[in-house]
Design a protein around this ligand. Sequence first.
Ligand code: COA
Length: 383
Amino acid sequence: MGSRIIGCGKALPQRVVSNDDLAEFVDTSDEWIYTRTGIKNRRIAIEETTTDLGCEAAEKALGRIEGGWCLDGETIDPASIDLLICMTISPDMVVPSQAALLKARLGLPNAVAFDLNAACAGCIYGLDVASSMLELSAFDGRRVADGGRRTRNAMKRALVVGSERLTRLVDWTDRGTCVLFGDGAGAVLLEWRDDDPGILASFLKNTDDVDDVLVTPNFFDMSTFPFAPAATARGELSCAGMRIDAPDETVAALRAQQGGEVLEAMESAFIIMQGQAVFKFATSAMTEAAQAVCERADVPLSAVKCIVPHQANERIIRYAAKKLGVSEDLFQVSIAEVGNTSASSVLMALADAYASGRIEEDDPVLLVGFGGGLTAGAILFQA
Ligand code: COA
């Protein structure tokens, strides 16, 4: 018994932006970007919203529109979806949640919907939370069958969607980050099955980002609060444990401590990253998560037929393959055309793996990711 993946889809915005396009306005080159990251193009949502992208990916996973992968080739009844989790760091709104917006647009009358933020490892966390809720519901169902009481919502099908318009959080003057990210969505439909193993094991881990190697601050505007001291009127800033009420001397002290560039980026709520530190974290986090999940599932890594990693940098994937002692050919690498799409990335790459036919029924498949937080995780499932 377990949560089985029965549908998968992805969606991309129309606008393709190449490395050469970026070189027109930042000091970079196709050669630098491609050799350091494996990225050639990325999609940028000009017209599309996070809701548009998430909806399209979900419709494909549900078999409502062409282009997705569906285990039984059927269109799924919308009333049968009990849960919708959306992983995103770039929702269209704070309230309603991105998941609530998707639920309404998709017309899922019975779905409970909420968002989950685990940055780029979001889809691993989202799949684990969704499958845990399905599993608890199945146990509850058994209790009810034995004459006991229901203690929670009955859930059999869960839609897990990653949708990002990450390029809204990118500082287009910072060549160290703006070349890396792109927009897109991926979706998976999980179904609880009494006679299928589905997800075999999971592993999640957070490591405190004490050096702020990957942060995207939030900007809170206090300017309409009448009792705010004058100094607060320009806004309140919070970043990685720092709360700045912004009197001039604090700003000056922070500027001296962090550097003007960092403070300006914080005020603009952009992605701020120390690339090399993230690279180092990523390779060890992926290795640890992949090994741990195989151990938990009691499946040797050598038996895994396909590894779908977070698509942050092709070099990170190659390093991880080397550290794990497995062939690079085992990895689904989709980064060249889409860049890093954060919480959507693993699900989009999984959709590519299904579309190309490289995942066959019963194959053990490993999903592994990492991200800001610092989050890391892996899921091992039987296809
Ligand atoms: N084009 C040209 N030059 C660039 C550049 C760009 N887009 N971005 C940075 N550079 C320059 C730097 O300014 C630096 O120049 P300098 O030596 O004159 O100071 C030089 O290239 C090397 O920079 P560095 O940061 O050391 O490069 P790197 O080899 O570490 O590669 C990353 C940078 C970002 C590609 C790499 O560190 C990385 O992928 N890190 C992980 C990022 C990640 O995965 N983030 C998301 C996590 S979810």
